[in-house]
Design a protein around this ligand. Structure first.
Ligand SMILES: [Zn+2]
Length: 116
């Protein structure tokens, strides 16, 4: 089956023109499909900066939780990273979640340490 790139109607492989809008089907369309596929791969390979920053700050929180700003930043970047990876289909959702969890965990450690 060939999908028309102009109107998205699905046509038979043997069709040379779109049944709906008479647009040319075939090689031109195939190239477009390959381009789109590569484009998606490129987008998915890009790792979100906030997600990376979040997991780095999350790991730093393990050692530097006494500096409250580090787990707080891990949480903020984690939330931004999760939103951005879900919206833009970028890699880094697991990093953002890891950073967020570590941030929350060591912020609790920090708060517990302050009041005990
Ligand atoms: Zn068409």
């Amino acid at each position: 089956m060939i999908q028309c790139k102009k109107c998205s109607t699905t046509n038979k492989d043997s069709d040379k023109f779109c049944q709906n809008c008479d647009a040319v089907l075939g090689d031109e369309l195939k190239n477009e499909k390959i381009y789109k596929k590569e484009d998606v791969v490129v987008i998915k390979e890009k790792k979100d900066g906030f997600a990376t920053a979040s997991v780095v700050l999350g790991i730093l929180s393990i050692f530097l939780w006494e500096f409250s700003i580090i787990p707080i930043l891990a949480i903020i970047f984690g939330i931004i990273g999760i939103k951005k990876t879900l919206k833009n289909e970028k890699i880094g959702l697991s990093s953002a979640i890891t950073g967020l969890i570590l941030g929350i965990l060591f912020l609790i450690v920090r708060i517990y340490n302050l009041y005990n």
